[in-house]
Design a protein around this ligand. Structure first.
Ligand code: FAD
Ligand code: EPU
Length: 276
């Protein structure tokens, strides 16, 4: 297998919001591939589910961890898992449930890969990745290094990944439990998501302000259905911006701006913006 493969892409094809222009995708399979890919300025892509990429695309290399970093098939029992960062979270959550391992069920419905879930400390009010994360492996300054989760200062949608570091693996500690008990918790988490739209989005656009919900704030301001081009504040949930078809990054930025102008509380973007 080659260490890395390179191809031109349109970022709209690699992001869940389906917005964003051209980039050079470096799909890497090992540390040698990472060493090669990181010789020029780069960014790291997970599943692209929390990204707003500009219509002009990104001049930097976009690095994505390849199949060699997807360890979903090796998840087979022990409560402690050491998994590649390209392991898809939805599959992992389901697999853990089947094996009677508890700790990840709060992340049901988060369409990330493990590396992106670490970088964002993905979570819901039912639990965050930091509840189970013990250790990560980082590719940093040309070498692989292991650091304890505590070094990342994980908080609400917050992780301090050293500048330029690529999360390559993560160690999760789950708890042996009854598959049916885990399933029951998942039903609860799923129910809390019923108000979320099913069409193209990047999840919640803004972080929740302390003690409140950005969705409630945007809803209370009467902004559901507000539209710029094909970007619209979801009718189901005020903190989701949906792409009705051909939204551009410019549309989305204009919509974010209008939301901020018309809401009484300062709203901090949860999405990562690339290429602006
Ligand atoms: P990306 O979006 O690709 O990247 C996000 C950031 O992480 C970027 O800065 C990127 O550079 C960095 N990154 C990615 N991989 C690595 C790596 N290996 N090493 C270093 N940095 C890396 N989020 C929640 O927290 N809770 C939710 O309930 C939730 N629900 C969602 C529902 C929907 C329908 C959608 C579309 C999104 C939702 N999100 C939610 C947002 C999103 O899934 C999370 O932020 C997730 O953690 C992003 O992971 P990703 O792999 O897609 O990362
Ligand atoms: N609300 C409204 N109107 C709306 C949206 C919400 O009044 O349009 C009210 C709800 O009725 C509820 C409260 O606001 O009383 C909270 O809403 P919800 O339960 O939907 O949770 P949230 O705070 O809006 C958070 C996360 C979601 C996560 C859910 C489920 C953030 C920014 N959002 O949403 O995460 O899935 O809880 O736990 O923390 C994401 O981060 O991308 C994301 C989707």
């Amino acid at each position: 297998m080659p260490h890395a493969s390179v191809r031109p892409v349109a970022m709209r094809d690699l992001t869940t919001l389906k917005v964003g222009g051209p980039a050079e995708l470096w799909e890497v399979e090992d540390a040698e591939g990472l060493a090669e890919a990181t010789r020029e300025p780069y960014r790291v892509l997970g599943a692209g589910s929390n990204l707003l990429v500009s219509d002009a695309g990104v001049p930097d290399r976009v690095i994505r961890l390849g199949r060699a970093f997807n360890d979903l098939r090796s998840v087979d029992g022990p409560p402690e898992l050491w998994l590649g960062a390209a392991t898809p979270l939805p599959g992992l959550v389901r697999r853990a449930q089947k094996l009677g391992l508890s700790g990840l069920e709060g992340l049901l419905g988060v369409p990330a890969v493990l590396g992106g879930a670490v970088a964002m400390n993905a979570g819901t009010r039912f639990g965050e990745l930091s509840d189970t994360l013990q250790q990560v492996e980082l590719f940093v300054n040309g070498a692989l290094e292991r650091v304890p989760a505590s070094a990342l200062n994980l908080g609400y949608r917050h992780a301090e990944i050293p500048d330029g570091a690529v999360v390559t693996r993560a160690r999760l500690r789950l708890t042996a439990s009854d598959p049916e008990a885990v399933q029951a918790r998942m039903v609860e988490v799923d129910a809390a998501r019923k108000s979320q739209p099913k069409i193209k989005s990047a999840g919640c656009a803004f972080k929740n302000p302390p003690g409140d919900s950005a969705g409630r704030v945007i809803d209370a301001a009467g902004l559901k259905g507000l539209r710029v081009g094909d970007a619209m504040v979801a009718l189901e949930h005020g903190n989701f911006i949906v792409n009705l078809g051909n939204a551009t990054a410019r549309d989305v930025c204009e919509l974010l701006e209008r939301i901020r102008q018309r809401t009484p509380v300062p709203l901090e973007l949860e999405w990562r913006r690339w290429g602006f």
